[in-house]
Ligand binder design. Structure first.
Ligand code: FES
Length: 255
């Protein structure tokens, strides 16, 4: 695993929804080797533990990456107080990303703040992708214009019905799976959502990868702080989400 650590310039900061921020960061050596599904580990102020944030965009020509994150505690609040022109301390790119293949039709499913890592995939697959995004309500919706720009078809759901389809992402996804023709599904979001998607993919025999979220300390497989139960060769195996994941084949995860 090749990664680097340093302080990188924040070129652009945008508030994309309440308590959700987008940073574009100049970091050519990270952008050069980063892939969809990997994450950055950020030191927030004087906090000892870094915060993992998934990569939402990679621009190798400009030497930048984009992250989109939600303020969930003191660490992420501290990160959100950084501004354009300041430097951010990152260890990156970390983890094992998504498998990219010559699939003809893929479905990308993001739930809430699990939506950002789907954007680099939409950029890769373009018109071959259907993006299903789910949020609790209209005011939490993010990245829909970015997804549309990639040429992907977008389907939006909200839990309370304030925008798009009323209900969970599993409903439109089930309809698509029933129609057939899907080569692969990639998903990131809350565990119950991922479990539901994994079950549908198993039923219809569709290749499925999920990106898991876990609290992390070292981020590089050294502290055992992010263990997750998986199956390898039919035997239970405690994988490191930071190093073996965050992306796993859905069939490997013990839900
Ligand atoms: Fe230390 Fe994964 S966070 S092993």
């Amino acid at each position: 695993m090749k990664y680097t650590q340093g302080k990188y310039l924040i070129l652009k900061k945008t508030a994309v929804a309440r308590e959700i921020y987008s940073f574009i960061i100049k970091c050519p050596e990270i952008a050069d080797i980063a892939s969809a599904g990997q994450f950055v580990h950020i030191r927030a102020g004087n906090f000892t533990l870094r915060r993992p944030i998934s990569i939402c965009g990679i621009d190798r020509n400009k030497g930048t990456i984009r992250i989109v994150f939600e303020v969930r505690g003191e660490g992420t609040a501290e990160i959100s107080r950084l501004n354009e022109g300041s430097f951010i301390d990152m260890l990156a790119p970390l983890g094992h990303g998504f498998t990219i293949n010559r699939f003809k039709k893929v479905v990308l499913i993001g739930g809430g703040i699990g939506t950002p890592p789907m954007l680099p995939l939409a950029e890769i697959y373009g018109e071959k992708a259907v993006v299903i995004s789910g949020f609790r309500s209209a005011d939490a919706v993010i990245l829909q214009d970015d997804f549309k720009k990639t040429g992907a078809k977008t389907i939006l759901c909200t839990d309370d019905g304030s925008l798009g389809i009323h209900g969970f992402v599993t409903r439109p996804f089930t309809e698509l799976a029933e129609k057939g023709g899907i080569d692969a599904v990639y998903a990131c979001g809350p565990m119950p959502m991922l479990k539901g998607i994994a079950e549908i993919c198993k039923k219809y025999n569709i290749f499925c990868e999920v990106s898991l979220e876990e609290r992390m300390a070292c981020g590089i497989g050294a502290c055992l702080g992010c263990a997750c139960r998986t199956l390898r060769n039919d035997e239970e195996y405690f994988a490191h989400v930071c190093k073996d994941g965050p992306v796993f084949n859905a069939g490997e995860v013990i839900w």
